[in-house]
Design a protein around this ligand. Structure first.
Ligand code: ADP
Length: 629
C-alpha cells in the first residue's frame, strides 16, 4: 500500500453514468441526500451486524448515528456516519467503478431524452454519483472498522479521482463542495425537510447541530454544537400498518431500492404464531435493467430482531418473483445465520411459501379491484411471472388466474385477456381453449390457421412471447378445459361431428390429395383437405406431439439436438388456386405450383425456407410462363 496521493481514472461506464446522472436527474437533485443517507445507514447496519461476533469493532463508538453538517460560507455540506467505513482498496473499487453486470448495454439504451433517461437511471439505481449533481467537488474521508489507516478520496466528478492516506475516525464522512446553484442545501431548514421526506423511517438516527435550523444572522456558531435527532429513527416496518402513511411507504421503498420512481404497490404484514416475522414487500413500477439476467442480485433485505443481517437474501422468494423488493424481519432466526444455512432452513422455506402466496394474492386483488394497475404490472413483469408455471407447481392455480393474453377478440397486441374472461366468451359446445403460438403478434394475427375461428366467431388466444411454447407445455388445462393448439393436426371444432373428424383420414383416396402428396414427397407427414381455411389456399399443421417452432429454436440455441418432425400439408379445395391446380395437366407445372404453395404456407407462419433458392427459381419459372402466356 502506498501513502502517496494517487490519481485514478474512472471506469468508462462510471464516467458515462456520472454525466448522465447530472443531466437527467437535475430537476430532482435533492435525492442525492437520500442516497448518501441510505449508504450511511447501510454502512451502520453492516457494522452493527459484524459487531455481533466482533464487539471490539464498535467498542469505542457504539452509538450509531448519521450526522449532517453544513457551512453556508464555505459552501459545504457533510454527511458523516460511524459505520463500517472503507479501506483504501475498497474506496478505489467502490467509488471508481460500477460492478453491475450489463452496465454497458444498459447505458447504450439511453436516448438523451431527459425524462425517459431519468426513469431508466432510476431503474439502474442512483447511488453515490448523484452527489455530483449538486457538488463540483466531493471529498470522502473514510476508515474501515478494525483498521487504523484512513483514506481521503477526492474528485470533481469528471474523469478522475485522487486517493491518499489521511487521518480519519472509523466510518465515512462525505463532504460536498456545493455548486453555485445548489446553495439551498447549505440551509438547515431545507436539509431537515429533505431528511424528513426521505429518511424519516430509517432505523438509524440522523442528527444535525441544534442551532443549525434556526441560526440567526450574526450569531456566532457555538464551539461544540449540541446535536438533535431530526428523523423518527424507527424502522418503518416495526410500526403498525394503520400508523404509516402512503408517502412513508414510498419513501422507504426508495431507500431500500434506490429506485427513482414510486412503487406500484406494497404489502406490509406482521405474522405471529409458530414463526414470528414481519414482511414489507414492494412491486416496482418498472422492470429493472437486468431483469433477464438470472445472475443479477435479487431478494429481500433480511433482518433478525431488527438487526440487519444481509442484503439480497434470495431464499425468501422464488426466482419468478425476482422483481419484488423489500425486507423481512424474523424473530426466530439466529443472528449468526449464513446464506448457506438460509438455503436449508425450514423456517426460511415456510416464510418463502407464505410470502409467495401473499404476493400472488396481492396481485389477484389488484387484478380484480384495479385492473388498470394490474395491466401495468403485467406489461412489465408478465413474462417473468409466466416462469412460475413451470417452477412452482403448488401455486399453478393462482398463477393461471393471473395470466393475461392477447386474443383474436381484441384489437391489438395488448395482453389483457384473462382465462376466466375467455371461458365466459366460449361459444356453444366449445370445450377447449384454443391458442396459437407465433414469432410476433403480426405473424399470429395473419396466420391462416385462424380463418375458421374467425368464421365461426370462436376466440383464439394469441401467444408470441419467447417463453410461450414452454408455458403451454406446463399449462394443460384451466378450470377443466383443455388447451388446444390450433396449428395441430388433431384439431376439433365445437359442434363438429365424428364423421367430420374422420373425414380427415378418409380423403387419402381423393385424387387431388394423392397428386399433391406425390409432388411433396417426404417433405410432409401427410396431405389433407382442410376444414380450417376459408381465405388461404393452404397451411401447414403439426402432428399432436411434434415440437413447436419456438421450442425448437430454444432447444437448438442451447445446443440440443431436436428430432425432425414433418408437418401435414392442408389445402383449401374451394380456393380458386386449388380449383385451377386440380385442372392442371402438366405434371411438372403441377409440382412447381404445389411446392410454391408449400413454401408460401411455411412463410405465412413466419417460418424460414429450407431451400430458398429453389423457391425463387420456381417462382421465376412460373412468372415467366405467366408473362409468355
Ligand atoms: P450502491 O449503494 O448502490 O452499491 P453507491 O454508488 O451508492 O452504490 O455506493 C457504492 C459502494 O460504496 C457501496 O456499495 C458501498 O460498498 C460503498 N459505500 C458508499 N457509501 C458508503 C459509506 N458511507 N460507508 C461505507 N461504504 C460506503
Amino acid at each position: 500500500m502506498s501513502d502517496q496521493a494517487e490519481t485514478y481514472g474512472f471506469q468508462t461506464e462510471a464516467k458515462q453514468l456520472l454525466k448522465l446522472m447530472i443531466q437527467s436527474l437535475y430537476s430532482n437533485r435533492e435525492i442525492f441526500l437520500r442516497e448518501l443517507i441510505s449508504n450511511a445507514s447501510d454502512a451502520i447496519d453492516r457494522l452493527r451486524f459484524r459487531a455481533i461476533s466482533e464487539p471490539e469493532l464498535s467498542a469505542e463508538d457504539s452509538e450509531y448515528a448519521i450526522t449532517i453538517g453544513f457551512d453556508a460560507d464555505a459552501k459545504t455540506l457533510t454527511i458523516e456516519d460511524n459505520g463500517i467505513g472503507m479501506t483504501r482498496e475498497e474506496v478505489i473499487d467502490n467509488l471508481g467503478t460500477i460492478a453491475k453486470s450489463g452496465t454497458a448495454e444498459f447505458l447504450d439504451q439511453l436516448t438523451g431524452d431527459q425524462q425517459q433517461d431519468a426513469t431508466l437511471i432510476g431503474q439502474f439505481g442512483v447511488g453515490f454519483y448523484s452527489t455530483f449533481i449538486v457538488a463540483d467537488e466531493v471529498e470522502v474521508l473514510t476508515c474501515g472498522a478494525g483498521t487504523d489507516q484512513g483514506t481521503r478520496w477526492v474528485s470533481a466528478g469528471e474523469d478522475e479521482f485522487t486517493v491518499e492516506d489521511a487521518d480519519a475516525a472509523r466510518g465515512t464522512k462525505v463532504t460536498l463542495h456545493l455548486k453555485g446553484d445548489a446553495l439551498e442545501f447549505a440551509d438547515g431548514f431545507r436539509l431537515r425537510a429533505v431528511v424528513r421526506k426521505y429518511s424519516d423511517h430509517i432505523g438509524v438516527p440522523v442528527r444535525m447541530p441544534k442551532e443549525a435550523g434556526a441560526k440567526e444572522d450574526g450569531e456566532a456558531a457555538p464551539e461544540s454544537p449540541e446535536f438533535e435527532t431530526i428523523n423518527a429513527a424507527t424502522a418503518l416496518w416495526t410500526r403498525s400498518r394503520s400508523t404509516v402513511e402512503d408517502d412513508e411507504y414510498k419513501a422507504f421503498y426508495k431507500h431500500i431500492s434506490h429506485d427513482f420512481e414510486d412503487p406500484l404497490s406494497w404489502s406490509h404484514n406482521k405474522v405471529e404464531g409458530k414463526l414470528e416475522y414481519t414482511s414489507l414487500v414492494y412491486l416496482p413500477k418498472h422492470a429493472p435493467f437486468d431483469l433477464w439476467n438470472r445472475e443479477s442480485p435479487r431478494g429481500l433485505k433480511l433482518y433478525v430482531q431488527r438487526v440487519f443481517i444481509m442484503d439480497e437474501a434470495d431464499q425468501f422468494l422464488p426466482m419468478y418473483l425476482r422483481f419484488v423488493k423489500g425486507i423481512v424481519d424474523c424473530n426466530d432466526l439466529p443472528l449468526n445465520i449464513s446464506r448457506e444455512i438460509l438455503q436449508e432452513d425450514e423456517r426460511v422455506t415456510s416464510i418463502r411459501n407464505a410470502l409467495t402466496k401473499r404476493i400472488l394474492s396481492t396481485l389477484e386483488t389488484m387484478a380484480n379491484k384495479e385492473p388498470d394497475q394490474y395491466q401495468a404490472f403485467w406489461d412489465e413483469f408478465g413474462e417473468v411471472l409466466k416462469e412460475g408455471m413451470g417452477e412452482d407447481f403448488s401455486n399453478r392455480a393462482a398463477l393461471s388466474k393471473l395470466l393475461r393474453f392477447a386474443s383474436t377478440r381484441e384489437d391489438g397486441s395488448v395482453k389483457n385477456v384473462a382465462l376466466d374472461q375467455y371461458l365466459e366468451r366460449m361459444v356453444d359446445d366449445q370445450d377447449q381453449i384454443y391458442y396459437l403460438v407465433a414469432e410476433s403478434f403480426e405473424n399470429a394475427k395473419a396466420s391462416p390457421h385462424l380463418e375458421v375461428f374467425r368464421d365461426k366467431g370462436i376466440e383464439v388466444v394469441l401467444l408470441f412471447d419467447r417463453i410461450d411454447e414452454w408455458l403451454m407445455a406446463n399449462l394443460a388445462e384451466y378450470e377443466g378445459k383443455r388447451f388446444q393448439d390450433v396449428m395441430r393436426a388433431d384439431l376439433k371444432l365445437p359442434g363438429a361431428s365424428e364423421e367430420d373428424d374422420a373425414g380427415d383420414q378418409q380423403d387419402e383416396d381423393d385424387p387431388l390429395t394423392k397428386r399433391i402428396r406425390d409432388a411433396l414427397g417426404d417433405r410432409v407427414e401427410g396431405v389433407r383437405r382442410s376444414k380450417r381455411l376459408t381465405d388461404s389456399p393452404a397451411c401447414l399443421v403439426m402432428s399432436e406431439f411434434a415440437m413447436g417452432a419456438q421450442m425448437k429454436k430454444i432447444m437448438e440455441a442451447t445446443g440440443q439436438k431436436v428430432p425432425d418432425s414433418k408437418p401435414y400439408f392442408e389445402y383449401n379445395a374451394e380456393h380458386p388456386l386449388l380449383v385451377r391446380l386440380d385442372g392442371e395437366s402438366d405434371e411438372d407445372r403441377f409440382a412447381d405450383l404445389v411446392l410454391v404453395l408449400f413454401d408460401q404456407a411455411s412463410l405465412a407462419e413466419g417460418g424460414t425456407l429450407v431451400d430458398s433458392t429453389s423457391y425463387v427459381n420456381r417462382m421465376n419459372r412460373l412468372l415467366l410462363e405467366l408473362l409468355n402466356d
